[in-house]
Ligand binder design. Sequence first.
Ligand code: BMP
Length: 257
Amino acid sequence: ARCRMPFEQRAEVATQPQARRLLALMAEKETNLCVAADRTLGRDVLALAEQVGPHICVLKVHCDILDDFSPDFVSRLRDLAKRHNFLIMEDRKLADIGHVTRLQATGGQFRIADWADLVTAHALPGPGLLSGLEGAHGMAAVLVAEMSSEGSPINEEYSAAALAMAETHGHLVAGLVCQSDLATDPGLLQFTPGVSFSGGASDGLGQRYREPGHVVGRGGCDVIIVGRGVAEASDPRSAAESYRQAAFRAYRERLKT
Ligand code: BMP
């Protein structure tokens, strides 16, 4: 049922504010593409965001891989997010006790909660981690329930526990990072990485790829996460447009099933 409900309808039933915002944006902008801007210089991330901005619903960053992270970088990124209407997800994969999670989310040199709309976290520490994010400037968590990488020790029981944690903390959790169709709540978004037009390929470091149409059509994925498929394309703008079209077409097809 969740898979056959249009994003605009899901935006209305979702209770988490960032999930509502994102679902509405996806319906309006007609995109369920998240680009992972895994570049190591701020200006290169900003250049990519400028190119792909019109085609994406979320830009995902790893602030700790930047050689030159600065408050100026985040203020420019926020300007681009506003201009092109996308959300910013910091893929920090928080995984500590609530107390340390709070310090990591609100302090340090990155001050993630000051600029990110969404932050990823592992379910591993349990719900205390989410309590640590309570009051973090409205930033929502996205829980990693499954990983795309080869040999991950995550099993079905762990994924079910991560889902349960998301469901019982609906006011703080906007969705899951997953590979299969776990959620039944239409208000939860499923983000799927390991997506490339060269499905079946690997990157020599454990990453496994599947095609956009496959993950959205049969995997229950709402938002595809594409990194190198866009960032390392000779023309990132048109690569983003191709991924957007493939993923959105698969979403529209799925509504009819
Ligand atoms: P790429 O498309 O270049 O393989 O990048 C995938 C992105 O998704 C990376 O930013 C990585 O951190 C993230 N990711 C992943 O690949 N697998 C997961 O299970 C979870 C992730 O966050």
